[in-house]
Design a protein around this ligand. Structure first.
Ligand code: SF4
Length: 182
């Protein structure tokens, strides 16, 4: 990969700290691998579970019955033992939570998935200092293709997600030619 992309292109890998299946890899194995891989990569993102296996994907795409930031414990350990920047993914719900785990030195970065489906303007609202306007992800997994076998995918709080063809983004809407004053 390095040969293909050159020295100035970042290589990030995402890895499950634990797979949540029988005979899962152990976190010790993962750390052993990461220490071997470290010279060849620029950053690592700590996840868990496995996408394609039902009993494991609920740990990959956690519901609101699970704790928030379930992968942080592993990410902290990876950060303590590696030299490269470490990020964490999974249920970091608010800018305050992200700020806290970075400022405490637990991780270098935070990765977001469903949070950005629920509100694509999450980073802008955080950056501009009005997090109260963020539409929160419910962790309900309506958007997760595996939960409905690619049928009926959508977001419970963002009607545009996956349905842009009939709920167009406001930036694609033509401007009204006249104003209707009531
Ligand atoms: S459907 Fe929307 S609210 Fe529910 S988990 Fe997915 S992104 Fe979050």
């Amino acid at each position: 990969m390095r040969k293909a992309v050159g020295n100035n292109y970042p290589i990030d890998i995402r890895i499950s700290a634990y797979e949540w299946i029988e005979d899962s890899i152990s976190f010790e194995d993962v750390m052993y691998f990461l220490k071997k891989a470290e010279p060849y990569i620029d950053t690592v993102q700590i996840s868990s579970g496995i996408d394609k296996i039902f009993e494991a994907n609920v740990h990959c795409i956690t519901t609101n019955l699970e704790e928030e930031m379930p992968n942080l414990k592993w990410a902290k350990q990876a950060k303590a033992e590696l030299q490269i920047p470490v990020s964490v993914v999974s249920a970091v719900m608010t800018p305050a939570m992200a700020d806290e785990i970075i400022s405490k030195g637990y991780v270098d970065m935070v990765a977001f998935g469903r949070t950005l489906l629920a509100d694509p303007y999450w980073p802008k609202k955080a950056m501009e200092g009005h997090p109260e306007d963020i539409v929160p992800c419910l962790r309900c997994s309506n958007c997760y293709h595996i939960s409905s076998d690619h049928w009926n995918v959508g977001c419970s709080v963002n009607p545009r997600y996956h349905h842009q063809e009939f709920v167009p983004s406001e930036i694609n809407l033509p401007k009204a030619e006249t104003k209707n004053m009531l």
